[in-house]
Write a protein that binds this ligand. Structure first.
Ligand code: ATP
Ligand code: MG
Length: 236
């Protein structure tokens, strides 16, 4: 049994105010693929990503991680397999110190203290934020918060890594660290981003969304060579 792939089957999602943000989305990402999710503001990228670990459940259609359907009952299992970095780091950081934030999920997993310490140090190092470990997350800069939020997810060692605009607010050095990190992550990875340079470098495959629908899904270099397609979808 592999948890390392994720499959959307005709997923619709309507927000409680009646706005239909996903209008029938189907795709499958297989083991080890790195896939970019692009599209203009409001296209539905974040809404889609919130379905990958059950923070939102489809109004219609279904999502599977490996052979596990995402339903209320399977959420604890799903959340161990799927690590999601939110678009806004403030949604991810809520403890008094950075190290407590990174340890939070590990404590919940009831890992032994020395293993927690090892993972906290390792994941903060990976994002270049070890020197921030005693700081208060709410006092950090936007880019520092972003790096720490990424560390909170990496420390959980997920089978599938999902990131919503991970490079926004990062300075060139932090962005490079992030890209190295994503590159060395051997598991399945889905990244929503407006950073097309990053996509070009890291993701062989790209999914383009527009108005709640997938309008293209294919090899990045082929899609990015199609000027008309990019323009039509606000990707210049
Ligand atoms: N909580 C909500 N209630 C109602 N509508 C929402 C809610 N959250 C998002 N939407 C709407 O759903 C649509 C998709 O939003 P979403 O955040 O998924 O877009 P996005 O592609 O991630 O955009 P961005 O590039 O700006 O992050 C938008 O029209 C948005 O206004
Ligand atoms: Mg978004």
């Amino acid at each position: 049994m592999s948890h390392h792939y994720i499959k959307f089957n005709n997923v619709h999602y309507t927000y409680p105010n009646g706005y239909e943000a996903l209008k029938g989305v189907s795709f499958c990402i297989t083991h080890g693929e790195k896939v970019a999710l692009v599209g203009s503001n409001g296209a539905g990228k974040s809404t889609l990503l919130l379905h990958t670990n059950g923070l939102l459940l489809p109004t219609l259609g279904d999502v599977n991680v490996g052979d596990i359907p995402i339903v209320k009952k399977t959420l604890p299992l799903i959340r161990r397999a799927v690590g999601l970095v939110f678009q806004n780091p403030d949604d991810q950081l809520f403890m008094p110190t950075v190290e407590e934030d990174v340890a939070f999920g590990l404590v919940n997993m009831q890992l032994p203290p020395d293993e927690i310490e090892r993972r906290v140090v390792e994941s903060l190092k990976e994002v270049g934020a070890l020197s921030l470990r005693k700081r208060a997350p709410y006092q950090l800069s936007g880019g520092q918060k972003r790096s720490v939020a990424i560390a909170t997810v990496l420390s959980m060692e997920p089978d599938i890594l999902i990131m919503d605009e991970p490079s926004s607010n990062l300075d060139p050095q932090a962005r490079r660290l992030l890209m190295n990190q994503i590159e060395s992550f051997t598991h399945t990875c889905l990244i929503a981003t407006h950073d097309l340079e990053m996509v070009r470098e890291l993701c062989k495959r790209t999914i383009i969304m527009n108005d709640g629908l997938i309008v293209a899904d294919g090899e990045t270099h082929a899609l990015f060579a199609d000027k008309e397609l990019l323009e039509e979808n606000g990707l210049e």
